[in-house]
Design a binder for this molecule. Sequence first.
Ligand code: ZN
Length: 314
Amino acid sequence: MKKTIYLLNDIHMKRRHCSCLLLVVLLACSCFVHAQSDSIKTLIITGQNNHNWQVSHLVLEKILENSGLFSVDFAISPEKGQDMSNYIIDFKPYQLVVVDYNGDSWPEETNQRLVEYVQNGGGIVFFHAADNAFPKWKEYNEMIALGGWNGRNETSGPYQYWENNKLIQNPEPGIGGHHGAPHEFVLNARDKKHPIMKGLPAQWKHAQDELYSLMRGPGKIKSVLYTAFSDKEKGGSGREEPLIFTVKYGKGRIFHTMIGHVGPTLQENAAMQCTGFQVTLLRGSEWAATGKVTQAVPDDFPTADRMSLRTDYF
Ligand code: ZN
């Protein structure tokens, strides 16, 4: 079994395929194919980012596939500045789309297809810097609900943050998107009844990561799942920032996680190795694809004062 890159609908996509030379391998492959047919077909969009997408898309793939619930394809874009006109993505075969992309605009055809996919009930996950992308694409900003950087300001929508037990919308002028120095911080549960949250602790300690703050946007957050306090002593906003949430948009199921800054290598990658990041990603992904969460909360989930890292996803 190995990965290859081939053309489908004129885009570069990577898929697994079997190289079966022996009967025993063929048998193993048939089992693999059977398992794959039951799994959630997932497309990771990547190829440009101000982050190390060459690492992050492989880590996302491993996290998803190691669960046994997902089978992953990649839609890898042309490099920054190259011709994007053939980057036409067919979302229809997929129950789940994961956006790990922050770069040049896609062709209008792809934009329209993504909007239709989500409007019609598709499942989508926006991962970390995906919410930096496309500051001028109205529907995209409604789908992510909150975005940052790339010139965002008060024209991009209000700040949204947690205060007095509810989500505040504040239209005051100012930048969109900030984070202080990466550090360890605690996630605080808000909507404890959501299927993604069932069995998860009210608080858990996250590994060193960027804590996005001052995010703003036009979208409607449906359920705030976890917030974290953005401490001014760490260069933060002094606000309780929504970091993991779902979004109301058409019939779609949208899961947005702002955590998970990718490290320089597979090994030096604490934020994505955090069990809390991985498990919330897995639960959010299953919910986005199916509307349900069937996964038990693992014993190694972090607690309020104990971090937990999974370093063996490869
Ligand atoms: Zn980052």
